[in-house]
Design a protein around this ligand. Structure first.
Ligand SMILES: Cc1cc2nc3c(=O)[nH]c(=O)nc-3n(C[C@H](O)[C@H](O)[C@H](O)COP(=O)(O)O)c2cc1C
Length: 188
């Protein structure tokens, strides 16, 4: 079983990546084959809304998103992690999500049955504030992203009050929760 971990944080070794690493390590120890994608190390543009994917199911932009599409399509499960930026996922994450319009077109316009198979997706989100509505926008973004790419929400870990780089290391309970999520993603 292949589990794809995607991080939307550009801060290398930051809170999101630490949690994702815990989750992927637990998934790997539960027998899954894992791969980590740090979106900020790839070069891709936002969606151009050109409409080409509505006809072909493919994006006309020849950039690193092509490789990410392939990883999403070939994985059996996904763990998507992002810090909250202005009450939603980071721009890195949102641009990749918008580019999955190519998958949406394949599923809903071209009726490609491949994208009707729901694979399991897990979300890790965290932010600095403790606002009650911190994850409200993100919950909808992720729900419709999963739907477009042939995944379904299977679990989430949402953490408030984490700001400085590496702060998350002071919270063993959150690290443990990330490991539990990773184990679950691997089917344990
Ligand atoms: C551009 C930017 C926007 C942010 N917006 C929010 C926000 O709306 N709400 C919040 O709680 N934290 C916000 N934060 C704080 C981050 O979510 C927080 O520092 C998080 O721990 C960063 O995770 P990382 O170490 O994985 O990058 C923002 C940080 C940045 C850089």
């Amino acid at each position: 079983m292949k589990i794809l971990g995607i991080s939307g944080s550009p801060r290398r070794g930051g809170n999101t990546e630490i949690l994702l690493d815990e989750a992927l390590d637990a998934a790997s120890k539960s027998g899954a084959q894992t791969e980590k994608v740090i979106l900020s190390t790839y070069r891709y543009s936002p969606c151009l809304s050109c409409g080409a994917c509505e006809k072909t199911g493919r994006c006309i932009q020849q950039d690193d998103m092509l490789g990410i599409y392939e990883k999403i399509a070939l994985a059996d499960g996904m763990i998507f992690a992002s810090p909250m930026y202005f009450y939603t996922v980071s721009g890195w994450a949102k641009s990749a999500i918008d580019r999955s319009q190519a998958f949406w077109s394949r599923k809903y316009i071209l009726k490609d049955p491949v994208f009707s198979v729901n694979k399991k997706a897990y979300f890790i989100g965290l932010g600095a504030t403790k606002g009650e509505r911190l994850f409200e926008g993100t919950n909808l973004v992720m729900k419709y992203f999963y739907d477009a790419i042939g995944y379904e929400a299977a679990g989430e870990l949402l953490i408030k009050g984490i700001d400085k780089k590496g702060d998350i290391l002071n919270y063993p309970k959150h690290l443990e929760a990330a490991r539990l999520l990773g184990g679950k993603a691997a089917g344990r």
